[in-house]
Design a protein around this ligand. Structure first.
Ligand code: PLP
Length: 401
């Protein structure tokens, strides 16, 4: 089941506020009272359904958002966190201990790469980085002590597509977990439907969509989410990556429009990618038939939502990339900024920004060239006009003749 009609599931969620409000009330408390000491004890033990103990553990606002994101990803449960990195690090630390190994895609968000490469070895957890599209090399990297295959559905920043279905078969065969960061492709791909055990998002990106909040989520089985929240050994409880209730409430409201936004992001990115490719600019976009992951995304994706809002253009050199980004910002075509999923277009040069933790030689090996610009395409109403203006900038800078 690739498609579980996530948008309908989210539409059907009906939460009333404390006074009959159309949005659930925000819980403005760090701690909660009990009428009996016995119930407090039971809650501590995790046995008092509907009772709250302390807001690092859970809050009604966070549970509402978690429930909605579990519906989005078709998992039994979900736990929201203060950031995407809070979600990623908690999952990895929950599943691994000293002596364990992780097999990870080599094209992943720079922060995740840095955590795997520089931080986890301090805890004797090692990572083998592989080309995730080469299933044979993924399987060959797995050893006795491997606990996780880690990847992004659509990888940052090169937009490689991981064949989640095939990777999950490998994971199952070796009795290890497949953990997928689905930040670039909410609604487009539902990794849990394809066999992923844990699905992570940085909510900071498309899901929130207004670049005014940082957040993350872990979606998985009830058993795994309970483990993460366990007061004795749960990473989400003990490391403290807790989302604030006010943020949970605001992100939940933005989630309600995600299905419409994803379609528009995809529509706009698809148009621009097609036009720039026609002009001879090296364009990477999973919706183009020239993209190596195009067929895989067609196989695993729900194409009602298109091929996503991310694309890269290679304009030849870092100087040209910088000049173009500055000019596009002056022309009000978007912002020279990291991050993605905003209603305006964002652009940055990944070699010098989000992926700067990756050593130069490795960047070269992956095809991360200096002139690469990563675009998160916005919700522009008139994308043809945007294209015209972008093209003019490129002509002025002699990127295009
Ligand atoms: C794919 C991906 N995963 C995770 C993260 C980290 O999320 P956050 O910044 O919310 O911690 C990012 C941030 O850019 C990202 O692009």
């Amino acid at each position: 089941m690739k498609n579980h009609n996530a948008a309908q599931k989210i539409q059907d969620l009906q939460y009333f506020g404390e006074f009959g409000g159309v949005n659930p009330s925000i819980t403005d408390s760090s701690t909660y009272t009990f009428l009996s000491a016995k119930t407090m004890f039971d809650t501590f033990e995790g046995n008092a359904e509907g009772c709250y103990l302390y807001s690092r553990h859970s809050t009604p606002s966070n549970l509402y958002l978690g429930q909605a994101l579990a519906a989005l990803e078709n998992t039994e449960a979900a736990n929201v966190t203060a950031s995407g990195m809070g979600a990623i690090t908690s999952v990895l630390l929950q599943l691994c201990q000293a002596g364990d190994e992780i097999v990870s895609s080599r094209t992943i968000y720079g922060g995740t790469y840095a955590f795997l490469k520089n931080f986890l070895p301090k805890l004797q957890i090692q990572t083998k980085f592989v080309d995730i599209t080469n299933l044979e090399s993924v399987e060959n990297a797995i050893q006795e002590n491997t606990k996780i295959i880690y990847c992004e559905t659509m990888s940052n920043p090169l937009l490689e597509i991981a064949d989640i279905e095939a990777l999950s078969q490998i994971a199952k065969k070796h009795n290890i977990k497949l953990v997928v960061d689905n930040t670039f492709s909410p609604y487009i791909v539902a990794p849990a439907n394809l066999g992923a055990d844990v699905v992570i998002h940085s909510l900071t990106k498309f899901i929130n969509g207004s670049s005014d909040a940082v957040g993350g989520v872990i979606c998985g089985s009830q058993e795994f989410i309970d483990q993460l929240r366990n007061v004795n050994d749960g990473a989400c409880m003990l490391l403290g990556p807790t989302m604030d209730s006010f943020r949970a409430a605001s992100i939940l409201k933005n989630l309600r429009t995600l299905h419409i936004r994803m379609k528009q992001h995809s529509h706009n990115a698809s148009y621009l990618a097609g036009e720039f490719e026609k002009l001879g600019i090296k364009t990477v976009y999973p919706g183009l038939s020239s993209h190596p992951g195009h067929e895989t995304l067609k196989k695993i994706g729900n194409l009602e939502y298109g091929f996503g809002g991310m694309m890269t253009l290679d304009v030849g050199s870092l100087d040209k990339a910088n000049a173009l980004m500055e000019m596009m910002q002056m022309e009000n075509l978007g912002y020279l900024a990291v991050s993605l999923g905003f209603y305006k277009t964002l652009f940055s040069a990944p070699g010098t920004s989000t992926s700067s933790d990756i050593p130069i030689e490795e960047e070269k090996a992956m095809g991360l060239s200096d002139g690469l610009i990563r675009f998160s395409i916005g919700l522009d109403h008139d994308i043809e006009n945007t294209f015209k203006k972008m093209k003019e900038c490129m002509q002025k800078l002699e990127i295009l003749k």
